[in-house]
Design a protein around this ligand. Structure first.
Ligand code: MN
Length: 382
C-alpha cells in the first residue's frame, strides 16, 4: 500500500522539496492533499502535475481562481484555514507533512495528532508555541512526531536504538548565518538582501532571516526540548559554519554521535517519510577528500541576542515562547518590509515579551489570544 501524503504548505521551500522527494519513490508514496496559503499559481501547477485528491487555498479570495483552473480534473478544491485543519482528519491521509510557516501550522498539527496521523514536522513554531499541548497529545496517542528540521532529524537519527536516560546533552549545530563574521556595529546597516543571502541553505524568507539573527537556533532549542524531553541546561549550541554536521548527541559515557550530510533539506524530508527505513536516492553525497575542514566555535550571545531571548523564554515557560514567536514573526515581517533595522528585530521581540500578559499554564485558547496580543504589541512597537 502506498502511503498517502498531505502536504500543508506545499508551495513553500519544504513543500516543494517534499514533492520532489515523493517523486523519487512513486511506488511508495502518493500525494493526497496539497494546501497553500496564498500562492495559487504554484498550487495550480502542482495540482496538475501531482494529481492529488484535494487542494486547499487558505486565502478564500483565491478560491474561484483555483477552482476554475482545475475544473477539467477530478480534484476537490476548498478554501480557508478551517478546511486545512479539517482535511487532516481524512481517512485517505496517512502522513501529514506540516510545512506551513509560523503559528498557522498549530491547529492542523494538533488535529492531525488527535486523528492518529503520522506527522512529519517542519513547522518548528508549532512546538515552540504549544510544546506542552503537543507533548500531551502525542503521549496520550502514542504517536511520535518525526522531525524534518535538519538539526532535529540529526538528533532523532543519533537517538535511534539509544536509551533516553543515557543522553548527556544535545549539541545543536548552527551555521551562524550570513553575518557570522560581521562586527556587532556593522549589523545596524545590513540590508534585507544581505540578510536573505544564506551561505549554505536554501530556505523560505522567514527562516532565512531567523538564521541571520540566530532566532532560528533559539526556536530550535525550544523545539529540541519538546521533541527529545531534554532540559534547557542540556541543550548546547555550537557554531559550525560548514553545515556538514547537522547536530550531535553526547551520551553519559562521553561518546558523541553526529549525523553528517550535505546541506540539503531533501535528506531529512526523506528520512521523515521513510523512517525507520532508509531508501537509496540519487542526491549528491559527501566527498570526504574534498571536505577541507570542519570548524566549531561558541556563538556570540551579545551579537546574536535572540539566543538569549529563546533560553529566557524556555526557562520562563508558560506562554512566553508563544509571545516570543509571535513578536519575532512580526519583527521579521517589518524588517522584510524595510520598516525596521535588522538590529531592531530582537528589540521589538524583547519589548513585546516584557509587555504581553504572562500565563503560566496556557490552554489552546490562551495561546491563540496570546498570539494576537503579542502581534498587536509588536506591530505598534518600533
Ligand atoms: Mn534547522
Amino acid at each position: 500500500m502506498k502511503k498517502r501524503i498531505a502536504i500543508l504548505g506545499s508551495t513553500g521551500s519544504i513543500g516543494t522539496q517534499s514533492l520532489e522527494v515523493i517523486s523519487f519513490f512513486p511506488d511508495f508514496f502518493e500525494v493526497e492533499v496539497l494546501t497553500a496559503n496564498n500562492n495559487s499559481e504554484l498550487l495550480i501547477f502542482q495540482a496538475r502535475k501531482y494529481n492529488p485528491n484535494t487542494v486547499i487555498i487558505a486565502n478564500e479570495n483565491k478560491y474561484l481562481e483555483v477552482k476554475n483552473a482545475l475544473s477539467d480534473l477530478a480534484i476537490k478544491v476548498f478554501a480557508g484555514n478551517k478546511s486545512i485543519s479539517d482535511i487532516v482528519e481524512s481517512d485517505n491521509v496517512d502522513i501529514v507533512i506540516a510545512a506551513m510557516v509560523g503559528f498557522s501550522g498549530l491547529i492542523p498539527v494538533l488535529n492531525a495528532l488527535e486523528n492518529n496521523k503520522k506527522v512529519a514536522l517542519a513547522n518548528k513554531e508549532t512546538l515552540v508555541v504549544a510544546g506542552s499541548l503537543i507533548k500531551e497529545i502525542s503521549k496520550r496517542k502514542t504517536i511520535s512526531i518525526i522531525p524534518v528540521d535538519s538539526e532535529h532529524s540529526a538528533i532523532f537519527q543519533c537517538l535511534v536504538g539509544e536509551n533516553e536516560k543515557a543522553v548527556d546533552k544535545l549539541i545543536l549545530t548552527a551555521s551562524g548565518g550570513p553575518f557570522l563574521t560581521k562586527k556587532i556595529e556593522e549589523l545596524e546597516k545590513v540590508t534585507v538582501k544581505q540578510a536573505l543571502a544564506h551561505p549554505n541553505w536554501t530556505m523560505g524568507a522567514k527562516v532565512t532571516i531567523d538564521s541571520a539573527t540566530m532566532m532560528n537556533k533559539g526556536l530550535e532549542i525550544i523545539e529540541a526540548h519538546w521533541l527529545f524531553n531534554v532540559p534547557t541546561n542540556k541543550i548546547e549550541v555550537v557554531v559550525h559554519p560548514q553545515s556538514i554536521i547537522h547536530s550531535m548527541v553526547q551520551f553519559t559515557d562521553g561518546s558523541v554521535k553526529a549525523q553528517l550530510g550535505l546541506p540539503d533539506m531533501r535528506t531529512p524530508i526523506q528520512y521523515a517519510l521513510t523512517y525507520p527505513n532508509r531508501f537509496e536516492n540519487k542526491l549528491d553525497k559527501i566527498d570526504f577528500a574534498k571536505l577541507n575542514q570542519l570548524t566549531f566555535e561558541t556563538p556570540d550571545f551579545k551579537k546574536f541576542s535572540c539566543l538569549n531571548l529563546a533560553y529566557y523564554a524556555l526557562n520562563k515557560g508558560g506562554n512566553m515562547p508563544c509571545i516570543m514567536n509571535a513578536a519575532n514573526e512580526i519583527a521579521v515581517q517589518k524588517f522584510l518590509n524595510e520598516k525596521i533595522k535588522f538590529t531592531e528585530i530582537p528589540k521589538v521581540t524583547e519589548n513585546t515579551m516584557q509587555k504581553a500578559t504572562f500565563i503560566k499554564n496556557p490552554s489552546l485558547n490562551d495561546l491563540i489570544t496570546t498570539d494576537s496580543e503579542a502581534r498587536e504589541i509588536a506591530k505598534k512597537n518600533n
